[in-house]
Design a protein around this ligand. Structure first.
Ligand SMILES: Cc1ncc(COP(=O)(O)O)c(C=O)c1O
Length: 431
């Protein structure tokens, strides 16, 4: 691994499609255990690597995309258009046009988007399959989805547009990881399907509950202890973070089970209530599909030992915090990086934060002072685990004219053969 970093540059993202495939298999098992009919769509925004899309194609699952390049990437990775869902607010006409041509399922976010999409489909003389995205009661302040009034109008419009628009069901965008909020939203969407069928859209049978299946990065006990002891003094420059990802929450499969078995109407579970109404579910895991399916390695470029004055050191790595990104959430990625090498002769806790090598004061890969087990030295390597879901490349930028970090696909050997690697983006015929 270290020679890969030497050859390909720091940081280096290692992506593990076999783990992605295991995660999808676990979600499928959970759905079948609870007796649910559901399509899984991998939310591509969570990682740009091609290998996961190819795995999705191989497994026969779909992909959720939110831009033209993502749609092109899903198609060229071998996922047929009819298994691709197109989400995102007020999508542009180019994305609409390609989605119509390829037979994708489009989640429509507003009345104006519905009208524009209908015009595109009419011009193409093709019928487009749509979901209407609802702004559900629990998140009325969301900037996504249609209000109850607009949804009522849209449901009424669909039969009029039926030659070119086929209403297949409803979707939702929920912030957060509350299983009860998601199951309540699902019940609202089931009601919308029933209403739409009554009002002239007989194909309204899909309920898309979106993503938001959580990932458990650390043991819940460890997470509780962290929260009790957390304080600004534990961070570089006494930085105060108000919000963190719930690193010690439920697993994705436990959350999915809880959603589907939650009580619905008629004394039935959500799964039973959906079956009663002839509803099929869709789930769009991004982060959960990528749990442990990749990690990121940085080379240490410099160690500024301030322990005499400041009680901690600043370890500067080759690369930037754009490669382990929590900036969009104004937060810090909390799992400790692993130190490869370090001075093995010295066993002492070495508190240090980790900085990027840009000239930005705020470029901290880890603001928190990590207790490394040994002093960190120039030339050592730091490994950030479980970075495939959003951390790796959501925010990467060629700042300072730096090339974007490379991704290496590693496949574990079978039957005693060694693991094999290749770059994620090279000739398509090398897999
Ligand atoms: C429409 C849609 N589907 C799926 C996802 C993926 O969510 P997660 O990565 O939490 O599973 C998102 C994330 O924003 C989304 O907007």
């Amino acid at each position: 691994m270290e020679s890969l970093l030497d050859g390909l540059g720091s940081p280096l993202h290692v992506v593990l499609p076999e783990i992605f495939e295991e995660n999808i298999a676990a979600l499928r098992t959970t759905l079948s255990d609870v007796g649910v009919d559901a399509d899984i769509l991998f939310a591509k925004k969570a990682n740009k690597a091609d290998c996961y899309v190819r795995s999705a194609a191989r497994l026969g699952i779909g992909v959720d995309v939110a831009s033209t390049p993502e749609l092109v990437g899903a198609l060229s990775g071998g996922v047929p258009g009819e298994r691709i869902g197109v989400s995102g607010p007020e999508k542009d006409d180019t994305l609409h046009g390609l989605a119509v041509q390829q037979g994708c399922l489009v989640a429509v976010d507003s009345l104006s988007e519905l009208r524009r999409l209908a015009e595109t489909a009419t011009r193409a003389r093709r019928q487009v399959r749509v979901l209407l995205r609802s702004r559900v009661a629990s998140q009325l302040r969301s900037r996504f989805g249609m209000t109850a009034e607009d949804l009522h109008v849209a449901i009424g419009l669909c039969p009029e547009l039926a030659e070119f628009v086929k209403l297949c069901g409803f979707s939702v965008h929920l912030v957060g990881y509350s299983t009860s909020e998601r199951s309540t939203a699902a019940r609202e969407l089931i009601d919308h399907c029933v209403d739409a069928r009554r009002r002239g859209s007989p194909a309204a049978r899909l309920v898309n509950i979106g993503g938001g299946l959580p990932v458990r990065y650390v043991d819940p006990g460890c997470w509780d202890e962290f929260n009790q002891r957390n304080e600004p003094a534990h961070y570089h420059a006494n930085k105060e973070f108000r919000d963190f990802y719930p690193y010690g929450g439920q697993s994705a499969t436990a959350a999915l089970r809880e959603i589907m078995t939650s009580p619905a109407d008629g004394g039935q579970s959500l799964a039973g209530w959906a079956a009663h109404h002839g509803i099929r579910f869709m789930v769009e895991p991004g982060r959960a599909a990528l749990d442990q399916a990749g990690f990121t390695i940085f080379r240490v470029q410099q160690v500024d030992d301030r322990r005499d004055a400041d009680d901690y050191a600043i370890v500067t790595v080759a690369g930037s915090s754009f490669s382990v990104s929590e900036q969009w959430f104004n937060s810090d990625y909390l799992p400790d990086p692993l130190l490869l090498a370090g001075d093995p002769a010295v066993e002492e806790v070495f508190p240090a934060c980790v900085a990027g090598s840009t000239c930005l004061e705020n470029d901290l890969v880890t603001w928190r002072k990590v207790g490394f087990p040994r002093p960190v030295r120039r030339g050592d390597h730091l490994v950030y685990l479980n970075t495939a879901g959003y951390q790796m490349d959501s925010n990467e930028s060629p700042f300072h004219d730096a090339p974007l970090p490379l991704k290496v696909v590693v496949r574990l050997g079978t039957g005693g053969s060694p693991p094999r690697w290749r770059l994620d983006r090279i000739r398509a015929d090398t897999e």
